[in-house]
Write a protein that binds this ligand. Structure first.
Ligand SMILES: [Zn+2]
Length: 284
């Protein structure tokens, strides 16, 4: 399951193997042509990536986390997964993690920043620096400050309160500007649109490259129509532009793409557009 790029070792750590969504729930404008032969729900996963460099252990995305109250976003409500056991299975306990980076502050990416211990939300990774783009932090802080009583905003405010604020109060958060070099071979770059300061991690070593792409794309359907917006895209036009930039960059670098919600792969040009070539972990 491990991918090595020179001195970098990358392991996927999957929180949820199956996370079903009705196609129109995920992509409100999806057409029957785009769905092709597909019937039924789209099966996503929630996958995070552990990157070990010679001197840093970096976690890219932290998953949804267990026990979070999300009464509006029910797909994110009250998880009970063995995520930390899966992290242990690749040889890492929470105290080993030096850096935690969420691609963005949606609940399925930053909820795992904290865990419930004796009724309180404690930082899951007590020694880590949690890196958050200043713009992304400002956005979620503003949602929280507006005290929304219902709708998706209410669950985003809950996310700020139970997953972000506790790591801030523990003094673990560093607000950053992008691009940002975490350590040799790990650089964070701005790919906005899904949220205002969504980022990807560019991983390089030994002349090889990978891109941990978060939610720039949610499903391989989007490669044939980069304009297909996901229901949660904050700015669909900017998100579509980021999808194109990601494809261009992946082709240019011959990079392995590591998405948050579907399997790894490489991107090929296909006429004026792009095509996704899934790669099983063993072949990556
Ligand atoms: Zn997501």
């Amino acid at each position: 399951m491990t991918v090595t790029l020179g001195p970098l070792r990358i392991d996927p750590v999957t929180e949820l193997d199956h996370w079903p969504f009705a196609p129109a729930e995920l992509f409100p404008a999806v057409t029957p042509e785009e769905l092709g032969d597909h019937r039924g729900d789209l099966d996503l996963s929630i996958t995070t990536y552990l990157v070990r460099t010679p001197d840093q252990t970096v976690l890219l995305d932290a998953g949804n986390g267990n026990a979070k109250e999300r009464p509006v976003l029910l797909a994110h409500h009250q998880f009970d997964t063995p995520y930390l056991d899966r992290l242990a299975a690749v040889g890492v306990v929470p105290e080993d993690v030096d850096v935690v980076v969420a691609t963005h502050l949606h609940p399925d990416h930053c909820g795992g920043f904290t865990r419930l211990v004796d009724g309180a939300w404690d930082p899951t990774f007590p020694r880590a620096r949690y890196l958050i783009p200043a713009d992304e932090y400002a956005w979620l802080q503003e949602v929280h400050a507006s005290a929304p009583e219902d709708g998706v905003a209410a669950d985003l405010a809950r996310t700020f309160e139970d997953s972000v604020l506790p790591v801030v109060e523990a003094g673990l958060v560093e607000l950053i500007d992008l691009p940002y070099e975490v350590t040799d071979g790990v650089t964070l770059r701005s790919f906005p649109g899904h949220t205002s300061a969504h980022l990807i991690a560019e991983l390089s070593g030994g002349g090889r490259h990978a891109l941990a792409s978060g939610d720039v794309l949610h499903h391989p359907f989007q490669f044939s129509n980069l304009a297909l917006a996901q229901g949660g895209d904050a700015d669909p036009a900017v998100a579509a532009e980021s999808r194109r930039r990601l494809c261009e960059l992946a082709v240019e670098r011959d990079a392995l793409v590591l998405p948050a919600h579907f399997g790894p792969g490489r991107i090929d040009r296909d006429g004026a557009g792009f095509r996704y070539r899934p790669i099983p972990w063993g072949g990556a």
